[in-house]
Design a protein around this ligand. Sequence first.
Ligand SMILES: [Zn+2]
Length: 117
Amino acid sequence: MILFDHKGGRKNITYARYLMSVKLGRFLEPGEHVCHVDRDIKNCALDNLVIMSPQENAGRKKGETMKDFVCPVCGKEFQLAARHSHRVNPACSRQCGRRKGLAKQRARKLMAMRMGK
Ligand SMILES: [Zn+2]
């Protein structure tokens, strides 16, 4: 579905996203995915639509159970598919994962320097 704004720009969004924006009275953030509760994409009744994060949405599609985690980098609460829960201190996003990796590298370097002295 294509929306036109007053500046002549256009936005291509799904009907489900459009309905959810109308329900909420605002535009949806890129990180907000609209899902169909009964998984029937033709059922766009307002009470059949919920907002989910892309991770939740992806996990739900595969019928996975989600577990709650707290990001060790930014402290944000997030959900991850249970099959990933063996990971130690998973980060909420790629950005945080990278920051976590960098912090580890720095710690290792620091250790190596101390050991060398
Ligand atoms: Zn984080």
